[in-house]
Design a protein around this ligand. Structure first.
Ligand code: NAI
Ligand code: MG
Length: 367
């Protein structure tokens, strides 16, 4: 069997800086754990525009469709603000998501104990928190028709439509159940079945799919109650599955339970491929951070943790993902901090490279 394949797209700004640290970790797994990946690297975003006149070349798109997983840094920057909408760096990322048909967006909220003070909530509410929000990404109210602003009588009316087909709910529910099987076997589905028909259908279809996963404990919650519970006692959850709109809000809120943007990974998954693995794109939640780009200040952990998600969800290497997450946890516990993780005056922050090297050293220590 050939090695699992990984396409790396560092992108713009701090993207290449944080990706260089992930490269060290990929090399470590090859050298020390005998886990080799076929890694190829290509351009996306502004750097692709500079070379090809398009933020995503067709060849790169074709490659992304073939590999087991894509790992992306970040795209964009002020230099590209003048570009026409059709060739803006973000269009490269949107094209990837659309053509790979990535309908399940995974946003973990994981609180490393050493950073619990960064949370806006009490330390004991968030310490040890490890939950996953699965947001439906390609349908719902952001895409439904009819939409627009129309004239009605003597005023204007703004219209958006929440629309979900059974098959759209079914496939994202399956992604969520599959995840729950790899995690704590607990899934909470959130909608507003009390006031929305699309919510009633959502609840019915999720319940139906759940019959195929008898090991997973399924519960349902109205999304507004879910928002309250996320703030009150987030550790009651393991995996949460919800629609595009509620997921947008709930995943951003949950992310902030855990502190810095520099720590937040994400994944977007699509249909299972012939080998049973889902189409997958992994990327940090943050952008290209032009304010700190090129200065060695970026925190590489969000990108490193995105690679950990790839290990777990694309390559069935859950134990190695645990190892990598534990290495990040150890580095933080040892007090290594990039600038975004420092709130005391007078301490010299670790650079991007120092943070990456510390994670590699912690991996060595785990053997
Ligand atoms: P941003 O996430 O790039 O930066 C927001 C703030 O967080 C900045 O102060 C930045 O320095 C800080 N930050 C972000 N990542 C960090 C890290 N790893 N370590 C330390 N500090 C970090 O969002 P912003 O400023 O709104 O957008 C900047 C550019 O990035 C724009 O061109 C935007 O379009 C693009 N962008 C790209 C995304 C992507 O590639 N997925 C997502 C969001 C924005
Ligand atoms: Mg959002």
């Amino acid at each position: 069997m050939s090695n699992p394949s990984l396409l790396i797209l560092p992108g713009d700004g701090i993207g290449p800086e944080v990706m260089a640290e992930v490269r060290k970790i990929i090399d470590w797994f090859g050298a020390k754990r005998g886990i080799a990946f076929d890694v190829s690297e290509d351009l996306v975003g502004g750097c692709a525009y500079d070379k090809h006149g398009t933020p995503l070349h067709d060849d790169t798109m074709a490659k992304a469709q073939e590999v087991d997983a894509v790992l992306l840094g970040a795209v964009g920057g002020p230099k590209y603000d003048v570009l026409d909408f059709s060739v803006k760096p973000e269009r490269g990322l949107l094209r990837l998501r659309k053509e790979m048909d990535l309908y399940a967006n995974l946003r973990p909220a994981q609180c490393f104990d050493a950073l619990a003070d960064f949370s806006s909530l009490k330390k004991d509410v968030v310490a040890g928190l490890d939950i996953m929000i699965v947001r439906e990404l390609t349908s719902g109210i952001y895409f439904g028709e009819p939409r627009g602003i129309i004239e009605e009588g003597n005023e204007r009316v703004g219209i958006n439509t929440q629309r979900y087909t059974e098959s759209e709910i079914d496939r994202v529910a399956r992604s969520a159940f599959e995840l729950a099987m790899k995690r704590g076997k607990k899934l909470c589905s959130m909608e507003k079945a009390n006031v929305m028909e699309s919510g009633i259908l959502w609840r019915e279809v999720v319940t139906e799919v759940g019959k195929e996963y008898p090991e997973v404990e399924l519960s349902h919650m109205y999304a507004d109650a879910g928002a309250m519970q996320l703030c009150r006692a987030p550790k009651q959850f393991d995996v949460i599955v919800t629609d595009n709109l509620f997921g947008d809000l709930l995943s951003d809120a949950a992310a902030m339970l855990t502190g810095s943007l520099g720590m937040l990974p994400s994944a977007s998954l699509g249909k299972p491929m012939a080998n049973g693995r889902p189409k997958a794109l992994y990327e940090p939640v943050h952008g290209s951070a032009p304010d700190i780009a090129g200065q060695g200040k970026a925190n590489p952990c969000a990108c490193i943790l995105s690679f950990a998600m790839a290990l777990r969800y694309s390559f069935d290497l859950g134990a190695e993902a645990d190892r990598l997450e534990a290495a990040v946890e150890k580095v933080l516990a040892d007090g290594v901090r990039t600038a975004d993780l420092l709130n005391e005056e007078g301490r010299t922050p670790a650079s991007t490279t120092e943070m990456g090297d510390a994670v590699v050293a912690a991996l060595d220590a785990s053997l």
